[in-house]
Design a protein around this ligand. Structure first.
Ligand code: SAM
Length: 229
């Protein structure tokens, strides 16, 4: 069975969040500017489009992602990106880490503390971790539901249910191969983290938050600016 993160990579263009993600990137760029950071790591960089923005701003940056398909796409855009894990990177080698568009929500509660420790390890003291998390509205009012899309030889059906602070998204993709359709399916689970979780962290101080409305009528994401203690 296909890695669900690679299946997401496959359906990304069918979902078509490009305009909303562009708004999100511009908001990140505005938040990053006054921090004057010179070297940025983009964790869960996906197809590398935010890395392209950083390159345009002449900010040195590289990205990592667990999806091989995404990294191939990022590399094709001419940015530095790999499937390395955080613990393979040199200690305190970035002034800032970003994790954009749901990356934190992909991480299970059993793994989130280890993930945050791994982020902290690549930062110096006072280094920044700027990331976003979905609000409850982002899960209940925006992400939950059923969506079908059809494009050329592809037919996609996404069925997302939010229960007990978990969004379970079932993905079924049909791709025409000759006269037949090939079916691929996978499940991606996302986890809700309230702001109170980030306020209690020992390794990071929550410096500021920025609500962002991308899809609905009220903020569906919050960008967090955290600083390593
Ligand atoms: C919704 S996409 C966002 C991608 C990108 N940041 C963007 O703005 O388009 C979430 C990404 O996080 C990646 N991801 C999820 N968990 C990860 C982890 N533990 N480490 C690295 N990447 C991860 C996925 O492969 C996927 O590319």
């Amino acid at each position: 069975m296909i890695n669900p993160l690679d299946l997401y990579a496959k359906i990304e263009s069918l979902i078509g969040f490009d305009a909303q993600y562009e708004t999100l990137y511009q908001t990140y760029l505005r938040l990053l500017k006054p921090l004057h950071v010179k070297r940025i790591l983009d964790v869960g960089c996906g197809n590398g489009r935010f890395l392209v923005h950083l390159k345009d701003e002449q900010i040195s940056a590289c990205g990592i992602d667990r999806s091989v398909a995404m990294i191939e796409r990022a590399q094709a855009l001419g940015v530095e990106a790999s499937t390395k894990e955080l613990d393979e990177l040199e200690e305190a080698s970035f002034e800032c880490v970003v994790a954009i568009a749901d990356v934190l929500n992909y991480i299970a509660p059993s793994e989130i503390n280890a993930f945050l420790e791994a982020v902290a390890r690549v930062l110096p003291q006072n280094g920044y971790f700027v990331c976003d998390v979905n609000t409850l509205y982002g899960f209940e009012g925006v992400a939950e539901g059923v969506m079908c899309q059809e494009k050329e030889d592809q037919f996609l059906c996404v069925d997302a249910t939010f229960e007990n602070h978990e969004l379970v998204t079932k993905i079924v993709l049909f791709e025409k191969k000759g006269e037949l359709y090939r079916k691929e399916e996978g499940v991606i689970t996302q986890y809700f983290y309230p702001l109170s979780f980030f306020k209690k962290l020992k390794m990071f101080k929550l410096s500021s938050t920025k609500p962002v409305t991308l899809f609905g009528d009220e903020p569906d994401k919050t960008i967090l600016v955290l600083q390593k203690c």
